[in-house]
Design a protein around this ligand. Structure first.
Ligand code: NAD
Ligand code: MG
Length: 390
């Protein structure tokens, strides 16, 4: 078997590292074509020494010089490039078969879209890219024959519970609803008054998952579920009414599909992202991921409850943005990115995150999101407006 050549965008992040962990378990199946990182030069250098990619990309020219020096000192021949154009190049390179899109936030949109337009097998972790550009992104998948595989654990679970194809749509395949499970985050049981006191350190400590800082805050506000709601509509061609959210604090059931005969199919597993990553890397085959088997004897009870949209309004804002359509999900995403950064810098209270997003959504009209230029301009404007509220 010829090994698949993989580009990992965002290699130094939580998803990037988990991806490389799975790849390292299967050297006969996978080779690393390229790796990228934003600022962490030493970490990227160490990954290059271990995985020997053909190309490594870092954001700034000064960091590229240091990376180059570190690699040559270690006897590593990896070519070093820098800047956003280089990200697009490694995402669309002829030599790469598969691209793991694991950059966080809007910064991942252009390279992820480039991978799609090059017809790659795209493993999508970067949900913000799809939230911003949904219709255009999915059209590019169809036009360029890309294979899009969801890495988000919920969407990967739904993908596993769906029939192999639904040519006439979900309803024609007997599917009533997609059920996204949510852990509820670290503040699920906190009273509303206490939420104003949440600190960044408390917010980034998720009870079940170990993740990057931005998505950890999104999980705490339930915006992560909101972004996933929008992501599910686009990935599975579902209407907002066909997607439901249920809080399941144990994070053992990663999501479910309801069928018209009353059957509900669920995918279960330990909360470890190496499972969806290994699933998407090998699909339709199955490979070992290094994940502990579920132990039903010690697992205890699985609980479910409705999400509380009064204490966690970000989920409702995302549902409203999807209903509004067009550029509104891009507005929501941009305002959220700015508000989360302000919260992490201790310039904004946790409970003001939804206020900032709601204000920017009120201020900006909905436009058609059929052109990339419109989406990028909307993102830019929404960021400026959000900064004015922080
Ligand atoms: P992270 O913060 O740990 O890593 C982000 C990666 O992106 C890093 O390699 C960083 O160098 C790179 N990066 C950051 N800003 C960049 C920029 N401006 N330009 C280029 N590169 C940049 O994040 P993560 O937790 O690994 O999440 C990555 C993506 O996967 C996010 O979209 C997140 O929503 C999604 N996701 C993560 C998890 C998880 O368990 N961590 C689960 C589901 C989905
Ligand atoms: Mg998820």
């Amino acid at each position: 078997m010829t090994p698949q050549q993989i580009t990992v965008l965002g290699a130094t992040g939580s998803i990037g590292r988990s991806t490389l962990d799975v790849i390292a378990r299967h050297p006969d199946r996978y080779r690393v074509h390229a790796l990228s990182a934003h600022r962490r030069v030493e970490e990227l250098a160490a990954l290059c020494v271990s995985f020997r990619p053909r190309v490594a990309v870092i954001d700034r020219a000064a960091d590229a010089e240091r990376l180059h020096a570190l690699l040559r000192a270690a006897g590593c021949e990896t070519e070093v490039r820098c800047g956003p154009e280089a990200l697009v190049e490694i995402a669309s390179a002829t030599a790469a078969d598969t691209v793991m899109a694991a950059i966080v936030g809007a910064a991942g949109l252009l390279p992820t879209l480039a991978a799609v337009r090059a017809g790659k097998r795209v493993l999508l972790a970067n949900k913000e890219a799809l939230v911003m550009s949904g219709g255009l992104f999915m059209q590019a998948v169809r036009e360029h024959g890309a294979t899009l595989l969801p890495i988000d654990s919920e969407h990967n679970a739904i993908f596993q519970c769906l029939p192999p194809a639904c040519p006439g749509g979900l309803a024609a395949a007997g599917i009533e609803r997609l059920v996204l499970t949510a852990s509820g985050g670290p503040f699920r049981e906190w009273p509303a008054e206490r939420l104003a006191t949440v600190t960044p350190a408390q917010a980034v400590k998720h009870p079940n998952w170990s993740m990057g800082r931005k998505i950890s805050v999104d999980s705490a506000t339930l915006m992560n579920k909101g972004l996933e709601f929008i992501e599910a509509c686009w990935l599975f061609d579902a209407t907002p009414a066909q997607v439901e959210v249920v809080v399941h604090p144990q994070s053992v059931i990663h999501s479910m599909v309801r069928y018209s005969d009353g059957s509900v199919l669920a995918q279960l597993g330990n909360p470890d992202m190496r499972t969806p990553i290994a699933h998407a890397l090998a699909w339709p085959a199955r490979i070992a991921a290094g994940v502990d088997p579920l132990d039903f004897a010690t697992m205890g009870a699985l609980c479910f409850e409705a999400p509380d949209l009064a204490r966690f309004p970000c989920l409702r804002l995302a549902q409203e943005a999807m209903q509004a359509g067009g550029t509104m999900p891009a507005v929501l995403n941009a305002a959220n990115e700015v508000a989360v950064e302000a919260f992490l810098d201790e310039r904004l209270a946790f409970t003001d995150i939804p206020h900032v997003i709601a204000s920017v959504m009120r201020e900006m009209p909905v436009s058609a999101a059929t052109e990339l230029a419109t989406i990028l301009a909307t993102d830019h404007e929404a960021r400026g407006r959000a900064r004015a509220h922080c």
